[in-house]
Every structure is written in structure tokens, then in C-alpha cells.
Design a protein around this ligand. Sequence first.
Ligand code: NI
Length: 248
Amino acid sequence: MFCDTHCHLFQEYYEDIDVVINLAKEHGVNRMIVAGCDGKSNEEVMSLLDRTEIYGALGIHPEEVENYQEKDLAFIEKNIAHEKIVVIGEIGLDYHYGKENKEAQIKLFETQLAMAEKYHMPVVIHSREATLDTITSLKKYKVKGVIHSFSGSLETAKIYMEMGFLLGVNGVITFKNCNLKDVIKEIDLHNIVLETDSPYLTPVPFRGKRNDPSKVSNIADFLCELKNVSRESLAKITNENIKRIFDI
Ligand code: NI
């Protein structure tokens, strides 16, 4: 059985979350970590935790840097001790739309890293076009976790792995003209976890459709072929990896 370590199962994307969960289970995906991004979605994460299959991540995404309020950070801290909140995220840095608010992003990111360190929680990191600053911030805190949707070079992968981070692999690896598969081919499976980032990043051959956690199964099949391992051993190794980082 597989775990989708990063998805956004929110009502604005899915009419019926239980249908999505059941479809995932039919495809051998029996655990999902739902990641919040802002005040509203963090509240929604909390409301999903009564489902056996669902674990939660609470965090303020870097794209929310202009919108978040202090009370949103207080909400995270208030709920951090819930037994099914297993990670702080998704948090990080994103310079894709420019660096004008770079200082504010770093401040928001480091505030949440400090919170993770204080409560001994792992982190799930979103880093887009901001690798150097991400590494600089991460090195200031005693945290471990997952680099969500990793898509960097082998050199960058090695830096993150040396820092004790796992790499989150999703549908991007199935995209044509994408060199991520060449990088992942060189990386030991003990550094990898599977995710979908649903509803985004739908893998081949479903591109253009909405993604959902059942498609971890397709990502797993792709990885099995790339790394020449069975589904059983991929499930075993990735579940061991998850256990090293997350309390689930
Ligand atoms: Ni995400």
C-alpha cells in the first residue's frame, strides 16, 4: 500500500472527498497527507482528520505572503499537537513571479521553520526558483522533512539529501521532455517519497484532467520501471522512508 505524501483535497476541487479516498484505496493508496496553504485551507485540513486515511499538514504557502494574517500562524501553533497533524507545510520560497517580496517570504518561511523546530515537527518544503535561499534558511534550523515536488539537478538533490531531506516525486517525472527522470535514476530510493500534489501535476497519460491521490499508483508504476524494482519493494522502501520522517 502507498501513501500520497502531498495533496490538496479541498472542497473547491472535489465534490465528494470520500469518493476520492475510496478511489485511492482501490488503487492501493491508503494514506494521504493533505497540505494546507492558507488560513482557510488549514481549517479545512482540520475538518478532514476524522477520516482514517487522512493525515494533515498545516502551513502558509509563500504565495500567500501578502494575504496571511498573524491569526493564521496562531491557528497552526494551536493545532500543531493534534495527533494527525504530522508535518508543517506547505511552506517555502517561490520567486517564480518575482523577488519583490523576497524579504517578506523569507520572514514567513523562517517563522514557520522556527515553529517546526520548537515543536519537533518535520517540514514539507515548496521551493521554486529559490534553491539557494531555501537551503540558506533551512540550514539555520534543526529540521528535517520533504522537498515537495523536487525537480532540481542531481547536485541540488545531493545537498538536500545530505541535510537529511527526502525528495517528493510526483507526476512531473512522467512528463515528456523532462530531465527529472535522469536525475531520479541516479538517486537511491531510500531518499524518495511519492506524492501527487492533487489537483495539480496530473501524470501521463491523464494530463489535462484533474489529479487525485489514486494516481500515486501510476507514478509508482513509472518509478518501478525506471528503477527496475517491484511495486512491493517500492511500497516497502517508501513507507520506511515516511516512517523515518513522519509520525504516522
Ligand atoms: Ni502542493
